[in-house]
Design a protein around this ligand. Structure first.
Ligand SMILES: *[C@@H]1O[C@H](CO)[C@@H](O)[C@H](O)[C@H]1NC(C)=O
Ligand SMILES: *[C@@H]1O[C@H](CO)[C@@H](O)[C@H](O)[C@H]1NC(C)=O
Ligand SMILES: *[C@@H]1O[C@H](CO)[C@@H](O)[C@H](O)[C@H]1NC(C)=O
Ligand SMILES: *[C@@H]1O[C@H](CO)[C@@H](O)[C@H](O)[C@H]1NC(C)=O
Length: 213
């Protein structure tokens, strides 16, 4: 009996100590869908994404025919490691190459994020009716704001809230799979090769989030 209680207390202590030493995990290779909603209530974009974790590469193509009036038509190929991205227009085979002033990634927890808590969405005790998530927070100095990001125990991004001076966004990820289905999506299209990086006007910040503002 005492042994059992001691063991239980020890386990609790271990769990607490563990929680205090959380290290941000990193998202794996993924394919899935992303919805970007402004907290004014507009669905800014919905579409498929492909993410490569080693190279920190992201392709996001919004689906304009998704039934919403406010969706943006976007095709973005972002290289967070290199700090550049492409705005692609496949229809007329044109492209713009720009530098990223903020390399904040929508699908990966920044290394300097602070652990908030572990939460159970839904039910923790009914099989298949709950989702255990870790919530992280941090600031975005370039965008004068902060974020709260929640991920599954396996580091799959569930949703992120972004609060900035001018606006707020919710990014929600669904139907995530642990593979890159089409690696070609992470390759710069031939019609974009050799482009110079466009000059960023004074005072402009380019980031994934800014594409939806
Ligand atoms: C992620 O994808 C890249 C590119 O397809 C591949 O080189 C790498 O091995 C993959 N990583 C894992 C952990 O599967
Ligand atoms: C875009 O959305 C429409 C309607 O939901 C769907 O039929 C179509 O397959 C989607 N296209 C892509 C490229 O995801
Ligand atoms: C879509 O947006 C246009 C222009 O803002 C507006 O005139 C129209 O009523 C909207 N349609 C729907 C179904 O909300
Ligand atoms: C391609 O289309 C976009 C928007 O429709 C336009 O801004 C751009 O100038 C076009 N580029 C070329 C090379 O036609």
């Amino acid at each position: 009996m005492y042994a059992a209680i001691t063991l239980f207390v020890l386990m609790c202590l271990t769990a607490t100590t563990h929680a205090e030493h959380h290290q941000p995990c990193h998202a794996p290779n993924m394919t899935g869908f992303m919805t970007v909603i402004s907290l004014k209530g507009e669905i800014r974009a919905f579409g498929a994404f492909t993410y490569e974790s080693m190279g920190k590469k992201l392709r996001f193509r919004s689906n304009e025919s998704h039934p919403t009036n406010t969706s943006l038509g976007l095709d973005l190929l972002m290289f967070f490691e290199e700090g550049v991205f492409y705005e692609i227009d496949s229809k007329n085979q044109s492209c713009e190459k720009k530098s990223l002033q903020s390399t904040l990634e929508p699908l990966d927890i920044p290394d300097d994020a602070t652990f908030l808590s572990t939460l159970h969405s839904g039910s923790p005790s009914i099989e298949g009716e709950g989702l255990k998530i870790n919530a992280w927070t941090g600031s975005m100095p370039e965008l004068k704001g902060h974020y709260i990001m929640s991920v599954t125990m396996g580091c799959l991004p569930v949703s992120t809230l972004y609060f900035t001076e001018s606006t707020s966004f919710l990014i929600s990820n669904t139907d995530v799979e642990l593979e890159i289905k089409d690696p070609d999506l992470l390759v710069v299209p031939s019609f974009c090769l050799g482009l110079p990086v466009e000059e960023t006007p004074e005072g402009t910040v380019n980031s994934f989030l800014n594409e939806f503002m």
